[in-house]
Design a protein around this ligand. Structure first.
Ligand code: 8X3
Length: 255
């Protein structure tokens, strides 16, 4: 991964942070994005002190289209040739029924998971086509396979990520660019705390009795998809805990 430039959205925690650590450990330079600049600064300091790589920080909310465009256009020349875009920024708020949830929260989820990903892709992929080189790795979810109780809108956004990933792969079929959808099942990160609107106890209880994936486990799949030879395209990886079978079926030991 040496001399590769990897752009990761939502890099301040969870799967995004784990990807940053994995790619940095393997010699990639990184452009890290998230809303939380302080957290990104800490991560940059940490990674640059451990590895001989450089990290450029680009804080923005992927929902803010004007700022996304302005920020990416402001990249210095040596940071413009992005090799790998990891569209990781995403969230879910609440576990409400489709006829009961909060429309403003759903706007946030839809605008981040779908429109934010699309904005990033629309801005960064043309440069990859010009250079005839690049890979787009979208972080989808097992939630995109089928709807589950309390997941209606989130599942819909991850089904959209699947369609957008497949569509992009079709649109790039006559190029050397590769397009990948990584679809994790249960991953124990701050993601679930946000899902339960900050209720850490409920989030922790959700993972009781099952050895959930870590952000690092998912980063391994992302890294694998990025490190196969150029003629190999990992279209999708569905990765879940050993004791999970589908979005709704998992086995939890009594604790
Ligand atoms: C999140 C994974 O299992 O909560 O994308 O749907 S799950």
């Amino acid at each position: 991964m040496e001399n590769k430039l990897v752009f990761i959205t939502g890099a301040s925690s969870g799967i995004g942070e784990a990807c940053a650590r994995k790619f940095a450990a393997n010699g990639a330079n990184l452009i890290l994005n998230a809303r939380n600049l302080a957290r990104l600064q800490e991560l940059k300091k940490d990674l640059e002190s451990q590895y001989s790589i450089s990290v450029y920080l680009l804080p923005f909310d992927v929902r803010d289209r004007e700022l996304v465009i302005k920020s990416i256009n402001s990249l210095p020349a040596k940071w413009q040739d992005i090799d790998i875009l990891i569209n990781n920024a995403g969230l879910v708020i609440g576990v409400d029924k489709e006829f009961e949830g909060n429309l403003d929260e759903w706007d946030t989820v839809i605008d981040t998971n779908i429109k934010g990903l699309l904005t990033m892709t629309r801005i960064i992929v043309p440069g990859m086509i010009e250079r005839q080189k690049g890979q787009i790795i979208n972080i989808g979810s097992i939630a995109g396979e089928a709807a589950y109780p309390g997941g209606s809108v989130y599942c819909a956004t991850k089904a959209a990520v699947k369609a957008l990933t497949d569509g992009l792969r079709i649109d790039l079929v006559d190029t050397p660019l590769r397009v990948t959808n990584i679809k994790p099942g249960m991953v124990e990160t701050n993601f679930s705390v946000v899902r339960y609107r900050g209720d850490k106890t409920t989030a922790d209880n959700f993972y009781k009795g099952i050895h959930a994936l870590s952000g690092e486990d998912v980063a391994e799949s992302v890294y694998f998809a990025a490190s196969v030879p150029p003629h190999v395209q990992i279209a999708e990886i569905l990765v879940m805990p050993t004791n999970q079978a589908t979005g709704t079926i998992s086995y939890k030991k009594n604790t």
